[in-house]
Design a binder for this molecule. Structure first.
Ligand code: PEP
Ligand code: MN
Length: 342
C-alpha cells in the first residue's frame, strides 16, 4: 500500500508514519515528489494496518496498489524518475545515447570507437567485459582487464560507462569500475543477481528477457528497487518472434506501455533486437519517436574483425549521421539530447 501525505505536512509527520510502518512489520520506502510525499509500505497490506496509518497526522489517504509491482509503479512515484549519472540527467525530457563495441577487444579499439561515438554525441560508453555467449567456446570477454580499460576510457573521454555484470560475486568489482550496471536479457530473472545489484549504489540498466512479458520486467525492476536501489532503467531489446530475417522482434509497444505503468526511464536496444546493422538506425529513430529515454547502439570500426556481434555493429560514420537524425526526432517531441562535458 502507499500512504499519501498532505502537501503541507511536517517532516515529523512523515517520520511518525515511517515508524508506524516499521512497527507493523512492513518496509517503508519514501518517494519525495515535487508537491507531496508518498510512503510505500511493502510487505502485505491488511485493512487494519491501512486504517491505522490513515488516522495518523499529516496523512491524506492510504491506497492499495493493485499491480504486483509497487515501487516501480506510477502510483508510488507519479513523475518520471530522472537518474543522475556523473552529472548526466537520464529520463524525463532528456534523450541519451549509449554506444560502443559489443565487447572490449583491446585498449586501441575501445578508444577508437569511444572517441568516434563521443564526437558524434553519445554520452555513455558501452563495452562488455563479461559476455554471455551461447557457445562456451566463444570469446567471453577480457574480464577485470576489460573493466579497467572501460574505466580509463570513460575518464579520458569524459563519458559515463556501462557494462554487464553476470554473476552476483562480480557485482562489487563491476561497481568499482563502471558507472552503470547492466543486467543482460538472459539474467533478467536471475533473482539473486537482482538482489545483489539492488544493494549496490550504482544505477542498474535492466534488459528485458527475450521471452519475458513487460509485467515480468517490472517485477524484476521491483527486485532491485526493493533493496533500496531506486536508480533503475529498463531496456527493450527484442523478444522471440517468428520473423526469420531478424535476430529478435523489437517490441516497441513496450515503450509507451512501460511508461504508462512505471516512472522508470525506458531505453531501447535495436542492435541486439535486429542483429543487422542496416536495421539499427531506422529502429533507433522509431524508438525515440515512441518516447524512449534513449537507445543503446553497438558500433565498431571494423565489424568484419569483431570478436562478437560484428553483423549488427554500425560503422562510426553511419552512427554520426544517426545521432543527427536522433536529435531531429527528439526535437519534434520537445526533448533534448544533451552532449557530455566539453
Ligand atoms: C549486450 O548488451 O551486450 C547484450 C548481451 O545484450 P542482451 O543481454 O540484450 O542480449
Ligand atoms: Mn552484443
Amino acid at each position: 500500500m502507499i500512504v499519501v501525505m498532505k502537501p503541507s505536512c511536517a517532516p515529523a509527520a512523515v517520520e511518525s508514519v515511517v515508524q508506524r510502518i516499521l512497527a507493523l512489520g512492513l518496509t517503508p520506502h519514501l518517494s519525495q515528489g515535487e508537491f507531496r510525499t508518498i510512503i510505500g509500505a511493502i510487505g502485505g497490506a491488511t485493512p487494519e494496518a491501512m486504517d491505522q496509518l490513515d488516522q495518523l497526522p499529516g496523512v491524506d489517504h492510504v491506497l492499495r496498489i493493485a499491480a504486483p509491482y509497487k515501487l516501480a509503479s506510477r502510483e508510488f512515484h507519479e513523475a518520471d524518475t530522472v537518474i543522475d549519472v556523473r552529472g548526466l540527467r537520464i529520463g524525463g525530457p532528456h534523450v541519451h545515447v549509449i554506444a560502443g563495441p559489443c565487447t572490449i577487444e583491446s585498449r586501441e579499439m575501445l578508444f577508437d570507437v569511444g572517441r568516434a561515438v563521443r564526437a558524434a554525441g553519445a554520452t555513455i560508453l558501452r563495452g562488455g567485459a563479461f559476455k554471455p555467449r551461447t557457445s562456451p567456446y566463444a570469446f567471453s570477454g577480457l574480464g577485470e582487464d576489460g573493466l579497467k580499460l572501460l574505466q580509463e576510457a570513460g575518464e579520458i573521454l569524459g563519458m559515463a560507462t556501462i557494462t554487464e555484470v553476470m554473476d552476483p560475486r562480480d557485482v562489487e568489482l563491476v561497481t568499482h569500475h563502471a558507472d552503470i550496471l547492466q543486467i543482460g536479457a538472459r539474467n533478467m530473472q536471475n533473482f539473486n543477481l537482482l538482489l545483489e545489484v539492488g544493494k549496490a549504489r550504482k544505477p542498474v540498466f535492466l534488459k528485458r528477457g527475450f521471452s519475458s512479458t513487460t509485467t515480468e520486467l517490472l517485477m524484476s525492476a521491483e527486485y532491485v528497487l526493493s533493496q533500496g536501489n531506486h536508480q533503475v532503467m529498463m531496456c527493450e531489446r527484442g523478444v522471440r518472434g517468428f520473423a526469420e530475417d531478424v535476430r529478435f522482434t523489437l517490441d516497441l509497444s513496450s515503450v509507451p506501455l512501460l511508461q504508462e505503468k512505471s516512472h522508470l526511464p525506458v531505453f531501447v536496444d535495436p542492435s541486439h533486437a535486429t542483429g543487422k546493422r542496416d536495421l539499427v538506425p531506422p529502429l533507433a529513430l522509431a524508438a525515440i519517436a515512441a518516447g524512449a529515454s534513449g537507445v543503446m547502439i553497438e558500433v565498431h570500426a571494423h565489424p568484419e574483425r569483431a570478436l562478437c556481434d560484428g553483423p549488427q555493429a554500425v560503422l562510426p560514420q553511419r552512427f554520426d549521421e544517426l545521432m543527427r537524425q536522433i536529435r531531429e526526432v527528439a526535437a519534434v517531441l520537445g526533448k533534448d539530447v544533451p552532449r557530455g562535458p566539453a
